[in-house]
Design a protein around this ligand. Structure first.
Ligand code: 2F8
Ligand code: CA
Length: 292
């Protein structure tokens, strides 16, 4: 039985039994062949060829796209390769520069070391020269002072002594050499004199003037012949005479730590406020006096 969509064929229509869809029945048989109608077949082929065409186009597009992509990637690769080789070139040149700079640096370092040691040597020489200049200046000053002293004392005092009225005074000037009160007095005795008795304002002003001119420091004291070692607070000159008028610094004598029994005079801008009591064994300079 043929369906509405199938075509009915008779056996005779084909004239042969070799038709694949025939059976052996003598009767007219309807051969139902479920097949695609003629139009349907051509639609199928058209669809298939369209799909194939589309696939081909797609395939072509994919191939073209891949070719474009490949050419882009390959171009990028080439550029990168070029960049990389340029970078390598630059790296090599930088390495060479670095080597050169390192060599220059080490040369400069060596030269700097040499210059530094030369500078040090020059500094040592300069310091020596400076101290020689200072020593020469001091020597010159001493000689000038000596000359002045000789002129002032009119040849009546020994060399290095100064004359005030009829007395010669000696200010110890042996550099940094300092002594206690007793040792200082001994030096004066050895020189034919004794520690100075500064018992008048005139003498104090004279002594202060000499010390001021010497430009010594505030604590560069000079022993004078005055002590209170017998009775604290009772000051006597080394010849036993009592002190009538003292020329103490403000706050002195203070018998600091109950250990200060000897008097010294110091450089000061106030000539009549120049004395301090200090421990008798404290090392100081000293002033001797002697009658010519
Ligand atoms: O401040 C005054 C005081 O200064 C010194 O002692 C710290 C003096 N000492 C000597 O010169 C050794 C004191 O005599 C003086 O009174
Ligand atoms: Ca004192």
């Amino acid at each position: 039985m043929a369906s509405s969509s199938a075509e009915t064929y008779r056996r005779d229509d084909f004239g042969t039994d070799d038709m694949p869809f025939c059976n052996n029945s003598e009767d007219l048989q309807e051969v139902s062949i479920l097949t695609v109608r003629g139009e349907t077949g051509s639609g199928f082929y058209r669809l298939a060829s369209t799909i194939l065409g589309l696939l081909s186009v797609l395939f072509l597009v994919v191939i073209i796209g891949m070719s474009v992509l490949y050419s882009e990637v390959s171009g990028r690769h080439d550029r990168l390769a070029l960049n990389s080789s340029q970078a390598n070139g630059e790296l090599e040149s930088l390495k060479a520069d670095y080597k050169r700079l390192a060599a220059t640096k080490s040369t400069l370092h060596e030269e700097f070391g040499k210059v530094l040691s030369e500078k040090k040597a020059l500094q040592v020489r300069l310091e020596r020269a400076m101290s020689q200049i200072v020593a020469l200046r001091q020597e010159k000053e001493r000689s000038e002072n000596q000359l002045k002293i000789s002129r002032d004392s009119c040849g009546r005092c020994p060399q290095g002594w100064r004359l005030l009225n009829a007395t010669c005074y000696y200010f110890s000037d042996e550099g940094l050499h300092k002594r206690g009160w007793e040792q200082s007095r001994q030096d004066c005795v050895n020189k034919g004199g004794d520690l100075a008795v500064v018992d008048t304002q005139e003498k104090q002003e004279f002594v202060s003037e000499v010390l001021q001119a010497s430009r010594l420091g505030y604590w560069d004291g000079f022993w004078i012949g005055l002590k209170d070692d017998h009775t604290e607070g009772v000051w006597k000159w080394r010849d036993g005479a009592s002190l009538e008028r003292g020329h103490w610094r403000e706050g002195e004598p203070n018998d600091f730590y109950s250990a200060e029994d000897c008097a010294a005079t110091y450089p000061t801008s106030k000539p009549l406020e120049a004395w301090n009591d200090a421990p008798c064994n404290h090392p100081l300079k000293w002033i001797c006096e002697m009658s010519p």
